[in-house]
Design a protein around this ligand. Sequence first.
Ligand code: ADP
Ligand code: MG
Length: 333
Amino acid sequence: MGNIVLKKVNKSFGATQVIPGIDLTINDGEFVVFVGPSGCGKSTLLRLIAGLEDTTSGTIEIDGRDVTGAAPAKRGLAMVFQSYALYPHMTVYKNIAFPLKMAKMDPAAIDRKVKEAARVLNLTSYLERRPGQLSGGQRQRVAIGRAIVREPSAFLFDEPLSNLDAALRGTMRLEISELHHQLKTTMIYVTHDQVEAMTMADKIVVLQSGNIEQVGSPMDLYNRPDNLFVAGFIGSPRMNFVTGTLAAPYKAATVGVRPEHLALSRDTGQWRGTVGVAEHLGSDTFLHVNVDTIGMMTVRAGGDTPVAHGDTVYLTPDPARIHRFDDKGKAIR
Ligand code: ADP
Ligand code: MG
């Protein structure tokens, strides 16, 4: 089981309040991602759950048990860090076996568990190597293996992929998602990268300055952001925003349109502009258009869109995909 409930959890460091009081329920088996900009309190929240930091007030329950004052080792959770924290002089086998050996488990049982974890993580042929003889991705898998053998009720990951290059991050993202399908254990994953949040999460928790801005599935947040912050944070390229008199016809203080919901025309449309930089990705082209009286807008067009710097184009938002916000930045529904 891995049910985790936070009730009014508050954390201050001295006079500085970092987490102002959070209520959050994480259901058994869920893959939950905490996402938000650097410094918003993601690691602090994860460390509070792990027991590596004490709460200032509020309670944390795991499977109905109040663990607010419990030591990390008594919470039944396993944490995987960005810096793999492997023992360099030990083989992969010994690194994975380490927590079980510390717990004085029977060697035959240790052997079974280590081999099973290695099988799940495709590390079977690397068990006799030392960490220095492994790639970054393999080392990260060893760190995960060491967590798996403890059979935690939840895995906690703090930006585990940020040391890896872009291609490897993509691969590891898939591997961790696949691992979650196999183990079906609760996973809490911290990242500042909204792409990781969108692609991996069952449930995303968007944080800003220690506050929860919105909780929902990836497509909920994409389709129905509750406020300007979530609208601008989730989705890539970022949502375009129009304010002032141009938003007034929509009865909103701000109107948001995603780059993929703007139609591009040579001849006619709602907003006229001049093409600036065109980013050709092959599959898509991201056009940065300087729209009269609005400013820069990003449009997602087809890979072969034949436009050049300086061309005049017209943009028309899909009326069904327009997001409206009031003067406090809250979504109008
Ligand atoms: P994130 O992981 O989202 O980047 P953190 O949880 O690490 O953010 O930090 C949130 C805020 O708490 C930051 O402003 C940071 O400076 C502050 N903070 C974190 N740990 C400490 C600490 N031990 N003492 C004082 N301030 C801290
Ligand atoms: Mg952090």
